[in-house]
Design a binder for this molecule. Structure first.
Ligand code: MGD
Ligand code: MGD
Ligand code: SF4
Ligand code: MO
Length: 890
């Protein structure tokens, strides 16, 4: 038995869990790394399914130029030449890079160095602009530097955890599990969730504030005034102004009205906050992705500064990061508004001196949304996109699409052969993927961890840092002769310490001489990391041997050495709802998909959790706008329209809709919600308002609904009879949910065309009820099922998909099963597991409900004991709890 274990880091969220990847006789499996301080061995459903995603299907394995396979020399020469020509003719600001928090620190460092220090433009921005830039700007205003002061342990120690605009149960599940476990340990510990929706996170909270979208500044200003009332005082700069401004808003009743919640709930929250010394306030996209994002961040931080709850065990404001290396990217200056190593443009001379570079950008460059506008106007003529899929993830995504279509030269580095963005590139550069990459990432709690390769690079794929350095050399620049990620890391570490006598908290001096072997063996460690020498020289620098918490001594990297409160005035979203666009469209994430699905859709168990794009609607809005649960709807804004499945739920706020960001043109006919999202941005951070676009909803009047299960992928986009389709990858099959606006004249011919079989196919079973609008067919081959098609006038008249899907085993279908095939139901109803709830053990809803009823199970733990469901990553525990509750109510 040949088995090798590699310690690496999960490539999904900013929790940054340690992963042990095991390759045994060519087969990959993963487990949580018990020695990693951030997850202590746990993984969530996405982390647990990582091995499903390392296959090579759909991978980009060779460079391509203008749609043809090319050599690396040709592809890289083309990139270097086109960038060079455009710079020579139109100047350095006519080119841009658009990069990603999913690059490793080393990749990011060289991309930033090339653009800012050698090309000499600051037109490098990152998808972190869409994600964390409001937190960055808020941190700078309050602390002088983009620093997260606390660590995950603080969430366990805290007596009160406040989650603002953060669905941690789904988006940072391992951190969420740590909070829940601490709460089980100490029942006095309180959890407050502030989110317009009743999310899976809110389900488990002691208090949920379903505030009106965009009213966080009202709420936290109200809290600040309340705290001042209660006697909290501070002589920090800005404190007086911030409190004055907050007091202008009036009392609790006015705040409650503005936020659209009842005064008792607001009051309970204020009391709890005022009374709890050990409070951590966690915030993410419900705060950042707003045209008032930076003000929301400072409104929260103000409350922590006034109460002096920062830098202490169990007390701090906590911006939790989204992407695995959002933090590392900020550290190397990947945003167009910063320079490397947490320096601003006032540090330009220093950075240039350190790099000894021919030039340096002296002014901030364009921010993501502006950058694509400049491409559309033709001012930027060449762009290189790395590790991000902007045609899905930018707001007003159709404009971004037009921009790339019009752009003279588009290079894309990606791992996948087809994405909405990749399909618009002139040059495609095949990048190594997670399992093949080596470097470092920094997570939400400032822990630097190694990602280590455990599979060879497939095809011609190369590491991102290597591709960037090669282009830089071909452009004639020295300064890119790195032979390994370790060499880049050392230079980055050295720059953080360069002429840094305490003005920058980010300091990796202790790692600047790290030998290659030590880099290979590097254990997860938290910055700042000083060397003894630096400690001696630091003088005024607070010596923090224990870097878990920063700012405990009250010294901040601002010009006056103090933290600043910022007076903030509440304002509504950039565009208010109106008669024509009466609903607020909110967008975000689901538990088992990652962004634009390039990786999670490779895992059947992840794809099974929520198979279709959906819109969550409040029951009263559903009635008002005539949309029904399970039916299809058209959601529209001034910018575009999406067709998605309706989920009617009282957990949605009346007046709001929620559509996930994940589905795109590779997986659905028309569900790219970025095309609908308002490109309005926060004036300070430039972060778009993804959580609020005025919208309307109407039924999608399909004449028929159906689904197809097929053993191989189908090309339904080309079928004129299909107006709605969604592709759901299964274990040994592909599932397509479909619908059409018009009923075809000949169902049999239509169905045969969808699955690509001719009329003569012998083993074709069918049952048609033309008057009733029903049609069912199955295509068999030597006893195996190849495909089946089910069509009915209403979605509810279709059979459940899970039993039929279970017939795609590669084995012949048994005779008794064949009998049930066109009924879509097994002869024995107990054989139908129902839609999947637990991804880790593949346990379906019917199985869980049956066990609850038959065995009288009354707790999540009891269900776990009986079925294993919920006992690995725990991500489905809130759903199991809801099933238990629903059965109890029946
Ligand atoms: N499963 C999964 N996990 C992920 C990701 C993923 O794609 N899938 N992506 C990762 C990334 S990059 C990120 S940035 C994080 C994001 O993690 P989160 O920020 O937790 O995720 P979102 O779903 O974008 O938004 C969070 C919540 O903000 C709420 N919200 C909307 N408007 C408001 C408002 O005005 N005020 C308040 N207080 N709340 C509001 C939404 O209803 C939503 O529930 O997740 C990371 N983790
Ligand atoms: N409507 C709406 N839109 C949003 C958001 C929202 O809440 N609502 N959230 C925003 C946020 S917070 C974020 S972070 C963004 C995320 O949005 P994106 O960054 O656009 O989404 P991903 O799907 O993660 O795209 C990553 C791409 O990089 C490729 N890739 C993966 N690993 C590597 C690698 O190592 N090297 C290279 N070169 N390529 C790689 C993948 O195949 C994929 O094509 O979306 C933003 N957009
Ligand atoms: S919480 Fe899940 S997705 Fe996030 S790093 Fe950990 S295992 Fe990966
Ligand atoms: Mo993000």
């Amino acid at each position: 038995m040949n088995s090798v274990t590699t310690r690496t880091t999960c490539p999904y969220c900013g929790v940054g869990c340690g992963v042990n990847a095991v390759v045994e006789n060519g087969a990959v499996s993963v487990a949580g790394d018990a020695a990693h301080p951030s997850n202590l061995g746990s993984l969530c459903s996405k982390g647990t399914a990582l091995a499903d995603t390392v296959g090579l299907d759909g991978r980009l394995l060779h460079p391509m130029v203008d749609g043809r396979r090319a050599s690396w020399d040709d592809a890289l020469d083309e990139v270097a030449a086109r960038f060079g020509e455009i710079i020579a003719e139109h100047g350095r600001d006519a080119v841009a890079f658009y990069v990603s928090g999913q690059l490793l620190t080393e990749d990011y460092y060289v991309a930033n160095k090339l653009m800012k220090g050698y090309i000499g433009s600051a037109n490098i921005d990152t998808n972190s602009r869409l994600c964390m830039s409001s937190a960055v700007a808020g941190h700078k205003r309050a602390f002088g530097e983009d620093v997260v002061p606390g660590c995950y342990e603080d969430l366990e120690i805290a007596d009160l955890v406040v989650l603002v605009g953060s669905n941690t149960a789904w988006c940072h599940p391992v951190v969420h599990q740590r909070i829940v476990a601490a709460q089980e340990h100490d029942p006095n510990k309180k959890l407050v969730v502030i989110d317009p929706r009743r999310t899976a996170t809110a389900e488990g909270a002691d208090l949920h504030l379903p505030l009106a979208p965009g009213t966080d500044v009202h709420l936290f200003n109200g809290l600040l005034a309340h705290l001042a009332e209660r006697g909290f005082a501070s002589d920090l700069p800005g404190a007086e102004d911030a409190i004055d401004e907050a007091r202008n808003l009036g009392g609790i009743d006015t705040i409650a009205e503005a936020c659209g919640i009842d005064a008792d709930t607001v009051s309970a929250f204020f009391e709890l906050f005022a009374a709890t010394e050990r409070t951590v306030t966690v915030f993410s996209q419900g705060v950042n992705q707003s045209s008032a994002g930076t003000d929301k961040v400072n409104a929260i931080i103000n409350c922590h500064l006034l109460t002096d709850r920062i830098g202490k065990p169990g007390a701090c404001p906590f911006s939790i990061t989204g992407q695995p290396n959002a933090m590392g990217g900020r550290e190397v200056g990947g945003l167009s508004s910063t320079l490397a190593a947490h320096m601003g443009f006032d540090g330009a001379d220093r950075v240039q001196r350190f790099w000894d570079s021919p030039t340096i950008a002296r002014e901030p460059g364009l921010k993501a949304v502006e950058l694509f506008e400049a491409i559309e106007r033709g001012e930027i003529k060449a762009v290189w996109i790395m590790a991000t899929n902007p045609l899905v993830s930018l707001p007003h995504a159709d404009r971004a699409k037009r921009a790339l279509e019009a752009c003279e030269f588009v290079a894309v580095s990606d791992c996948m052969r087809h994405t909405d963005t990749v399909d618009r590139a002139h040059v495609l550069l095949p990048a190594a993927a997670w399992a093949e990459k080596s470097g470092t990432v920094t997570n939400s709690e400032r822990i630097i961890s190694r990602q280590r390769a455990f599979l060879p690079m497939p095809g011609a794929a190369r590491a991102d840092w290597d591709i960037v350095c090669d282009v830089a050399r071909r452009m004639g620049f020295d300064g890119f002769d790195f032979d390994s990620p370790a060499a880049i890391f050392r230079e980055h570490a050295e720059l953080t310490a360069f002429e840094n006598d305490g003005q920058r908290v980010l300091n990796l001096d202790g790692l600047a001489d790290l030998a290659d072997d030590d880099y290979d063996m590097l254990e997860p460690l938290r910055w700042p990391v000083f060397s003894t020498q630096a400690l001696r020289a630091a003088g005024a620098m607070p010596v923090q041997q224990d870097s878990r918490r920063l700012f405990a001594d009250g010294v901040y990297p601002t010009s006056d050495g103090k933290a600043h409160l910022v007076a903030v005035t509440p304002r509504g979203p950039a565009n208010a709802v109106s008669d024509q666009w009466p609903l607020a469209l909110n967008t975000g994430r689901v538990r088992d998909h990652w962004h634009t699905m390039t990786r999670t859709a490779k895992s059947a168990r992840l794809a099974a959790h929520i198979p279709e794009p959906f819109v969550e609607v409040h029951p009263r809005d559903a009635e008002r706008y005539g949309v029904a649960d399970g039916a299809l709807a058209a959601v529209s804004t001034t910018l575009g329209e999406a067709h998605v499945r309706v989920i009617v739920t009282a957990g949605q706020r009346e007046g709001s809709l929620f559509v996930p960001m994940h589905w795109n043109d590779q997986f659905a006919a028309r569900a790219r919600v970025g095309a609908l999202a308002n490109p309005a941005v926060c004036p300070i951070s430039g972060e778009p308002e993804f959580k609020h676009t005025p919208a309307a909803i109407a039924p999608f009047e399909a004449a028929w609904h159906g689904f197809i299960l097929a053993s191989r992928p189908l090309l339904l986009a080309a079928e004129a009879s299909i107006d709605y389709w969604v592709k759901v990858p299964g274990e040994r099959f592909y599932r397509y949910e479909i619908a059409g606006l018009h009923t075809p004249g000949d169902w049999a011919a239509t169905a045969r065309s969808w699955i690509g079989v001719g009329e003569r196919t012998a083993d074709w079973l069918e049952a048609a009820d033309t008057a009733g609008g029903r049609y069912r067919a199955a295509h068999m081959d030597a006893g195996h099922i190849e495909a089946c098609v089910f069509v009915a006038p209403e979605p509810a008249a279709l059979p459940d998909r899970s039993w039929l899907a279970s017939l795609f085993t590669g084995e012949p279908v048994a005779e008794d099963e064949r009998m049930g095939l066109l009924a879509g139901r097994p002869a024995d109803p107990g054989a139908d597991p129902g839609p999947q709830v637990c991804s880790c053990f593949g346990v379906g809803r019917n199985t869980i409900v049956r066990a609850i009823n038959e065995q009288g199970l009354d707790s999540v733990a009891a269900v776990g004991e009986a079925l294993e469901a919920g006992t690995n990553c725990g991500s489905c525990k809130p759903e199991i709890a809801a099933l238990i509750e629903a059965q109890a109510g029946e």
